[in-house]
Design a protein around this ligand. Sequence first.
Ligand code: TYD
Ligand code: MG
Length: 460
Amino acid sequence: MSKVKTKWVCQNCGYETPKYLGKCPECNSWSSFVEEVAVIQTSSVRKDAVLKGVMNDTKPCLINEIVIDNTIRFSTGIEEFDRVLGGGLVEGSIVLLAGDPGIGKSTILLQTGKYICKNDRKALYVSAEESASQVKLRAKRLGVESDTLYIYSQTNFEAIKNQIDEIKPQVLIIDSIQAIYSDTVTSSPGSVSQIRECTNILMDIAKNKNITVVVIGHVTKEGNIAGPKVLEHMVDTVIYFEGDRYKSYRLLRCMKNRFGTTNEVGVFNMCDDGLHEISNPSELFLNERTSSNTPGSVIIATNEGTRPLLLEIQSLVGTTSYPAPRRVSNGIDYNRLLQILAVLEKRIGLNLSKQDVYVNVIGGIDVDEPAADLGVALAVATCARDVCVSPDTVIVGEIGLSGEVRAINNLEKRIKEAEKLGFKKMIVPASNKIDVQSFKNIKVIQVARLMDAITACVGK
Ligand code: TYD
Ligand code: MG
């Protein structure tokens, strides 16, 4: 009797070893190895494809002679979703939609069902987590009706493949990749081997049959897509659905896109009848703002993909009751905050050594671009000195270690957004060469140093 070969696979990153290891040498996670039966054969679909010559019939050719295939896109019917995808779903591509449980992944894809089935396009929605009647109940609530949208409650991948051959859909939705399993792999659904195998076959299906595949993936506690990082490498587009589960708005963020730009953000509101797109998110994030003057509250203009987003940054500075003062940041990188505080102490003479500093970006949004530096600095400085930045002012700029204000990208777009929302004053870096006179309804003040920005904001 031949011995069954097994291997140990890290469930975090997919690292394989013949022996058990306590700690993964690849991703350093502990106790993440699970024993799996080694799959000796490559996936049958891949083998078939090779035999048919689909995959190895290409030859090297000169770059000047390559004819570009026209990428055919079609709309999801949700403008914000289309924008994040770079203009719609691309035929024959594979998209991964990842997010926390309950964030609304199934909802958004079901909502698109109505539109992607237009022009007699057929879609197969594989629901591995819910029964067909549960999906129907939700579809009814969302007002989704279609003659060409098939709902299939199934977890077995071989059965799903048969239905793909039978129905021949143009769009395939898998909800979710962690819940389906292939008979060729012995490990349980959701394990690295299962995810890898199923995604491999899905990729073949997408490329060879020209089916657009959208795969839902869950996110682990740490915020990674459950399963190996290879999943992200394999697919064409990775989209994260994020947001505060306790608030109604959701963000759709593109992390990888072979057919367009990344870092586009789409904003949605979760209502009783599904997700509603918000085409002017700045208003949403600013609408809870009290119009009265509050020390430590500053409006910044960040740049999310092709669109500027106005956000409020709040700061609280107070005498500490701890041996070492506390620095707490939400939405701003912690080390970035420490650097800004160091510049404030050294260049402005603000003594924060006995002060706790809290900084928060309203709306649970993470701002990771340096253009927010000046806004953070002014929020802290005004709160420490108990003065206010007038509420109709927007502040942008990167701060260097010597206290200089550095240029940022897309400044004009940010100014226009502030102008559109009725702000009257904008503090911007002087090193950005722009024509300040071209903005009629907003006063643009160019500053070269942090001190100038403080003077311009509070007048002392
Ligand atoms: P769902 O799409 O099932 O999340 P996921 O697939 O990402 O796990 O969304 C579930 C949540 O959304 C659930 O808590 C209820 C809420 N919801 C609404 O508020 N309104 C709606 O119209 C729908 C369909 C869901
Ligand atoms: Mg779901």
